[in-house]
Design a protein around this ligand. Structure first.
Ligand SMILES: Nc1ncnc2c1ncn2[C@@H]1O[C@H](COP(=O)(O)OP(=O)(O)OP(=O)(O)O)[C@@H](O)[C@H]1O
Ligand SMILES: [Mg+2]
Length: 387
């Protein structure tokens, strides 16, 4: 039995712990607040500030895990190199978690070192240098803090007048001590996908069927699998995913994000862990869902193939208010719907737009993916979160 220290205990962590429990592994779930979703199903839990290196050191020394599995980006990732040197396996690798928490590191690796096609980009560390960067990239362009996720501090510049606002907004949304931003040319894509990619210790890299998704306010609203796409574009995306996961190293599932535009496939970014849009795999779309794949690859169980068993969709259930004791209504209206299910994450508090649950729908592979997605969307509307 392996001892796993899970850094981050949200809904993705919760499903990962359930997968680990099913194979008899031991999990200590960590987050900055008590009673987080993954803690509710883990053997033990710790409440610490994961950006605090000393706090991380103390729980690693206390539990002596075999594996450290980051579930979020906001971790003092420099520390993970030390743990790796101590013989602990950091998943997928210290380099992967460290590079992907900083947009500069991952973007320079992808675009410069590996030569992947990305949106044109520049960096800026002041309002003045942002003006220069925008004049080089052109408008529209997207500004993102180097350290942020879920669209925090991110905005699109369409006119000169937006530039100062974009700088100020980026500084409010930036995590940690870095003020710098990336400015990217706006890619007028036809659609975007997540390509879940599995790396294993036998070197056999596998791909899940592409997942389509729609974003609003920086968070995904619906995802569906398979996304209909050109076979050539899919193969291009797979090659890029292989290059970037190879360069970062280690075993596990990765959520590699791409934009598919009229002039080809753009690499956007990647998560070295299960991806939120991959919750669609909870609809039973594959022989193993993304959490089961992650766990198996980590502990070294070989996965010979990933098969698409049926089509599916997921749609998020969001809170609309602040509450210290959120309650749900409408689940009784979703339960009777055919080929439809839901998850409630068990988050102890709510705030506007916080993701509290998800609806998943499916159909046979001969179904219509648009209909399956609409069913998920409409079913999610039936569930509401109250104070
Ligand atoms: N250069 C771009 N051109 C067009 N759209 C973009 C661009 N960059 C980002 N977007 C849109 O914004 C979304 C979020 O961007 P991105 O994934 O870089 O941010 P994030 O904060 O890391 O999000 P998350 O952590 O939720 O994946 C993308 O999925 C895409 O819809
Ligand atoms: Mg993203």
């Amino acid at each position: 039995m392996a001892k796993i220290l899970l850094l981050g205990s949200g809904e993705l962590g919760k499903e990962f712990v359930i997968a680990a429990q099913r194979l008899g592994q031991y999990v200590i779930a960590v987050d900055s607040y008590a009673n987080a979703p993954a803690m509710q199903v883990a053997h033990e839990f710790e409440v610490i500030d994961m950006l605090n290196g000393a706090a991380l050191d103390s729980i690693v020394a206390k539990h002596k895990p075999d594996y450290i599995v980051p579930e979020i980006e906001a971790i003092r990732t420099e520390k993970l190199y030390d743990y790796e040197k101590q013989g602990i396996t950091v998943v997928p690798s210290a380099k992967a978690t460290n590079y992907t928490m900083n947009r500069k590191a991952i973007r320079d690796l992808a675009a410069k070192d590996l030569g992947l096609k990305t949106a044109n980009y520049r960096y800026a560390n002041s309002a003045q240098s942002l003006h220069n960067a925008v004049s080089q990239i052109g408008m529209p362009c997207v500004v993102k803090p180097l350290m942020s996720s879920s669209g925090k501090g991110q905005s699109t510049i369409k006119t000169e007048a937006d530039i100062n606002k974009a700088w100020e907004y980026s500084q409010e949304g930036s995590r940690g001590d870095v003020a710098e931003v990336i400015v990217e040319a706006f890619v007028n894509f036809d659609y975007e996908i997540t390509l879940l990619t599995l790396t294993q210790n036998d070197g056999n890299t596998l791909y899940c069927a592409p997942i389509g998704h729609r974003q609003e306010r920086g968070d995904y609203q619906e995802s569906w699998q398979p996304a209909t796409m050109d076979q050539n574009h899919l193969e291009t995306a797979q090659e890029m995913a292989k290059k970037v996961t190879n360069a970062l190293g280690g075993n596990g599932i990765w959520g590699v994000e791409f934009f598919i535009a009229p002039d080809g496939v753009y690499f956007s970014e990647l998560s070295p862990r299960p991806h939120d849009t991959g919750m669609v795999t909870l609809a039973g779309t594959q022989n193993f869902n993304e959490f089961e794949l992650h766990l198996r690859a980590i502990i070294g169980l070989p996965i010979p193939e990933i098969t698409l068993e049926r089509m599916g969709a997921s749609a998020v259930i969001l809170a609309s208010e602040f509450s210290e004791n959120p309650t749900f209504s409408g689940t009784e209206n979703v339960a009777p719907l055919a080929k439809t299910d839901f998850r409630i994450f068990g988050k102890p508090t709510s705030r506007p737009y916080r993701r509290m649950g998800v609806v998943v729908t499916h159909d046979s592979l001969s179904g219509n993916i648009q209909d399956v997605t609409n069913r998920a969307k409409n079913a999610a509307k039936l569930i509401s979160v109250h104070k």
